[in-house]
Structure formats: C-alpha cells, structure tokens
Design a protein around this ligand. Structure first.
Ligand code: SF4
Length: 360
C-alpha cells in the first residue's frame, strides 16, 4: 500500500522565508483548484492508502465549506488509512474546521509554530504567538485528536541561544506527541532571499541543533530521525513511508510522487494545473538511483537501513554495493552496524550530507 500526499497551495499570508508552492487564499481560485484535484484523483485511480497527508501551503486556510468538500473527496482514503494528517496554522484552525477534521477521520495534526518569540515572529512575518498555539492545541485535544506535532525553526535572523531554548522549553511543556525542527535556509525566491538576508553561521546552527537534541531527550522526546522527535513512539507514519523509500501518490499543484521506479513532479504553475491538469515531469529511476536514495533516506533514521530489506529490494548485499563508504565511515565513527541494521551514529547525524557524498 502506498502513501497519499495532497498539496493545498493556499496560505492566509506568506512567511518571509517561504519558497514553497503556495499563494494567498482566494476563494474562487480555491474552488477551481478543488475541481482540478478531483479530476486528478479520478485520473490516478488511487487505491487504498496506508497514510494520508494533507499538506501545503496551509490546508486550514481553506474556508470551512471548501475544507469539507476536500475531506469528503478524500473520505475513502482517510477512513481506511492508519494515519490521516493535516497541516494547520493555529490562527486559521477554527473549532468548525477542527470538528470537520475529526468527523472525517483525521487523527493527526501537524501545526507550524516556528517560534514563540514576539520579535522573531515579526521578522519571519508569522502571526500565531504562544497563546494562540497553546489554545489551538488544547482545542484539538478537546475534539478528541491527541496526536499533535509542532514545527520549530532555528538559525533565524537575530535568534539567540536563549530564545531557542525558550522556544524548546515552551514546546516541550505543551501536550504534544511530536516535534520537527528545521534549520532556516535562505531561498533565492523567498522574501528573505530577495532582500539579501544572510544564512546563519554553520557553527552557530550546529550549536542550536545539538542543544535541541540534548534538551529534548531530557524531556522524554526520542530523536528518531535527523529532524524529528517523538514521545511514546508517536512517529510520523506518513514520513516513515518516505524514509523507508516506499511509493507514494502526490496530488495537487506542486506535489511530487513516486511509483513503479518513476518519480513525478506535478506542475508548480497554478494556472496550468487548473486548465490542463497535473502535467507532471517524469523521471525514470534506475537501480543505482534507487539504491542511493534508499541509503539517503534510511540513514536519516536512528534505526537506520534494514540490511535484509535492502537485499530483498535490490538482490544485492549493501556491503557489495557500498563497501568502501561503509568501511570508511564505520572507522571514522560516523556509521555503526548491528546484526540487522546499518545506521548513523550521533556524530554521523551531524554530518550526514558529507557521509552521503561517499555513497554517490
Ligand atoms: S511557510 Fe507555510 S504557512 Fe508560511 S507561506 Fe510557506 S507554506 Fe504558507
């Protein structure tokens, strides 16, 4: 069974660092977009899915009526999935929308917070402060959804370690099950990129990351993936499908998918999507690509790559393919091996990008 990702390209307002496929919310446009999504779902003949993720953009920016229509369209998949997630912003997730999500089988909420510092929220141009996020989380629990993930960012302009630790402490004090931490990247076409904001110093960025790992582990969060932390085994099952290199459907303008040794990227042009459909660019993945991507995704996980699964997929022992890279990084203390898995050490997680170069 595959995963299903649906991309909602609308946001209430545009954050200063953002370069995703998104645009300001405009109801008549969103109505046309929904019709195009319906067509794409019919064309792709989507079967039962293990996980569903409605992301964006900001799915909660849809009006209550359009959100209901989208959930109705996805109902056959939502109800049968193991995990059905939706991304929301605290300031646009009303009780009506929350009740709809619950009714249609959403069982996991992923909320962008990014920071709780008033000054930093102004810099990145986001509105929901700590009180708003906390209120939304409490309301989500009251509606019977208890799997809640928060996103935080580090390396923001003028962010200090004191601010970062305060954000982490506030997040850890909330009744959430999962945290995702992202380093700010300056994207050329974001507002930050256009006005020449400089990226965070790499040493400072590494310091933010290492402090977060140490702090969150003390708070009972398991560091199970390079950027992700879970309480009580509440891993992001949809993302695990990506990290385990499973196939997935991508629906919507700007969405990507992978199926039968083929990756596809739907058009990022909303006008094209509305008038001509997904118009995907397709790339055939050869065996070498797939082996490398399996390693690239698998080494993100603390559990690492399951060697027998690798063998079953490619009919080759992972050592026969990557002997030199594996030996080198085991000797350097960046990788370790158990009877069943090959995984990154804590030290290796900090330099995964460099390790992967040796697997190319
Ligand atoms: S970061 Fe998220 S909420 Fe902000 S503009 Fe981008 S997609 Fe929208």
């Amino acid at each position: 069974m595959k995963a299903l990702y649906v991309h909602v390209p609308f946001c209430d307002h545009i954050c200063a660092y953002c370069d995703f496929m998104r645009c300001g919310y405009y109801e008549p446009l969103a109505e046309k977009w929904l019709l195009a999504v319906k067509r794409e779902i019919q064309e792709k003949k989507i079967e039962e899915c293990k996980t569903v993720y409605i992301g964006g953009g900001t799915p909660s920016s849809l009006s209550t009526s359009l959100l209901e229509q989208l959930l109705e369209l996805l109902q056959p998949y939502l109800k049968k999935s193991d995990e059905a997630s939706i991304e929301v912003n605290a300031d646009s997730f009303s009780d009506e929308k929350l009740a709809l999500c619950k009714r249609y089988g959403i069982n996991r909420i992923s909320m962008g917070a990014q920071t709780f510092q008033t000054d930093l929220l102004k810099i990145i141009d986001r509105k929901a402060d700590y009180a708003t996020v906390k209120d939304a989380i409490m309301r989500i629990h009251e509606h019977g959804i208890h799997d809640i993930s928060l996103d935080l960012m580090y390396g923001l302009p003028s962010q200090t370690m004191k601010m970062w630790l305060d954000d982490l402490s506030k997040a850890a004090s909330l009744p959430i099950t999962h945290l995702s931490l992202y380093a700010l990247t300056i994207e050329e076409h974001s507002r930050f990129g256009r006005v020449g904001i400089q990226p965070c110093d790499p040493d400072k960025e590494a310091d933010f990351y290492e402090k977060a790992i140490a702090y969150l582990q003390k708070q009972g969060f398991e560091h199970y993936e390079i950027s992700n932390f879970a309480k009580n085994g509440c891993y992001a099952k949809h993302n695990l499908m990506y990290w385990h290199y499973e196939d997935f459907y991508g629906i919507g303008c700007g969405a990507s998918g992978k199926s039968d040794h083929m990756r596809y990227d739907n058009t990022r042009n909303l006008h094209t999507y509305l008038t001509k459909g997904a118009c995907p660019n397709r790339y055939l993945l050869n065996r070498k690509d797939e082996m490398f991507e399996t390693v690239m995704m698998g080494l993100r996980l603390r559990k690492g790559i399951h060697k027998q699964t690798f063998y079953q997929c490619f009919k080759s022992d992972i050592h026969d393919i990557y002997r030199d890279a594996i030996q080198k990084h085991i000797q350097l203390g960046n990788l370790q091996e158990t009877a069943n898995e090959l995984r990154t050490t804590y030290q290796g997680m900090l330099i995964l990008h460099d390790i992967l170069i040796d697997f190319l």
